[in-house]
Design a protein around this ligand. Structure first.
Ligand SMILES: NC(=O)c1ccc[n+]([C@@H]2O[C@H](COP(=O)([O-])OP(=O)(O)OC[C@H]3O[C@@H](n4cnc5c(N)ncnc54)[C@H](O)[C@@H]3O)[C@@H](O)[C@H]2O)c1
Length: 320
């Protein structure tokens, strides 16, 4: 298959690229090396891919439709996996229009590009944050998600709605995957497990927001990639449909337990400092996985107890 992956240099995107290449697909990776974290680190994420003759890296901004068209002129695709986005729930309060520009206009532009390039499968990287605090737990895709509590979550929900309208108008297979707190090698530096492990390894205090009882469904990167590839393959079978599908581990872990597990993996006792909860933080996330199991034969394989030591090297650095 010929696949376009946007956000290819990022945490999830680079793993998706590696797995598509490993199974023999032709991949074009698109990224603008957004400065949210270092371009060097993102280039390192693509180290494997860049040595493959089946991979091309294209630098362009998804929210600039004409630049996108020019940059991708020579290519046609069977499938598009759209993962490029401005990320970071807290940052989205400081830059709501920037988030809208990239995540809403950018998603719309990539949908139109996919159509122009003949791609009948479109996979959108959505987020558990769209459920907000109002949805009953565990989160079910059939529940309405009407109360996003951050600009980031609202842009992801808007992206899903654009995907839904696009599929109704133009057909094809459009699958929105709601990822739940993804972790593993190459995790973004702003995300909890990477941030906490770096601090604990350095003997510095870990700041937790709230009383530590908030719960997250933490999902191993390899499980997420399995879900993304299963979605690509479902699209390739030619069924015309729009679906929203949760991809999580199906188990919630309390924040204090998470810090404890990281401490155990590093052989250190964490020094915890508690601060008031931050806006945009959802109290509890937990995925209902029945739909993912039914449509994608998705089955998470790596528990948090296995995944944390696997991600963190004994010296405390995070493997590339
Ligand atoms: N990591 C998680 O836990 C998580 C959870 C839910 C949803 N998601 C979604 O998954 C996707 C990937 O997230 P990630 O954690 O790998 O983040 P990431 O920041 O590592 O990857 C995103 C990539 O998109 C690129 N990008 C940003 N703006 C762009 C633009 N305008 N044009 C082209 N490229 C652009 C960035 O440079 C980056 O390489 C995002 O859509 C995110 O919203 C992630």
């Amino acid at each position: 298959m010929k696949v376009l992956v946007t956000g290819a240099a990022g945490f999830i995107g680079s793993h998706v690229v590696d797995r598509l290449l490993a199974r023999g697909d032709e991949v074009v990776g698109l990224d603008n090396f957004d400065p949210y974290y270092s371009a060097e680190e993102k280039k390192r994420n693509l180290w494997n891919a860049l040595s493959s003759e089946h991979f091309r890296l294209v630098e362009a901004d998804v929210a600039d439709p004409s630049a996108l068209t020019t940059a991708l002129l020579p290519y046609f695709f069977d499938a598009v996996v759209h993962l490029a986005a401005k990320v970071g729930i807290r940052t989205s309060f400081d830059d709501p229009l920037g988030f809208s520009h990239t995540n809403v206009l950018g998603t719309h532009a990539v949908l139109e590009l996919a159509r122009a390039k003949g791609a009948r499968t479109f996979i959108f990287g959505s987020s558990s944050s769209v459920y907000g605090d109002a949805a009953p737990v565990p989160f079910l895709e059939s529940e309405p998600a009407p109360e996003p509590i951050s600009p980031y979550a609202a842009t992801k929900r808007a992206g899903e709605l654009l995907c839904e309208a696009h599929q109704r108008i133009h057909g094809g297979s459009v699958l929105c995957l709601r990822f739940f707190s993804v972790y593993g090698p190459r995790q973004r530096p702003d995300l909890a497990i990477r941030k906490f492990s770096t601090l604990i390894a350095a003997g510095q205090p870990v700041v937790v927001f709230g009383d530590g009882t908030t719960e997250r469904d933490y999902t191993w990167i390899g499980d997420i990639v399995n879900g993304v590839l299963a979605a690509v393959d479902r699209g390739a079978r030619g069924k015309e449909e729009f679906q929203i599908i949760n991809l999580g581990a199906g188990r919630a872990t309390k924040l204090l337990r998470l810090v404890e597990l990281i401490g155990e993996a590093l052989g250190r006792t964490p020094d915890i400092v508690k601060l008031p909860p931050q806006r945009g933080d959802v109290g509890r996330t937990l995925a209902d996985l029945a739909k993912a199991r039914r449509l994608l034969s998705y089955e998470p394989m790596v528990s948090i107890e296995l995944g944390i030591p696997r991600m963190i090297r004994p010296a405390g650095s995070v493997s590339p």
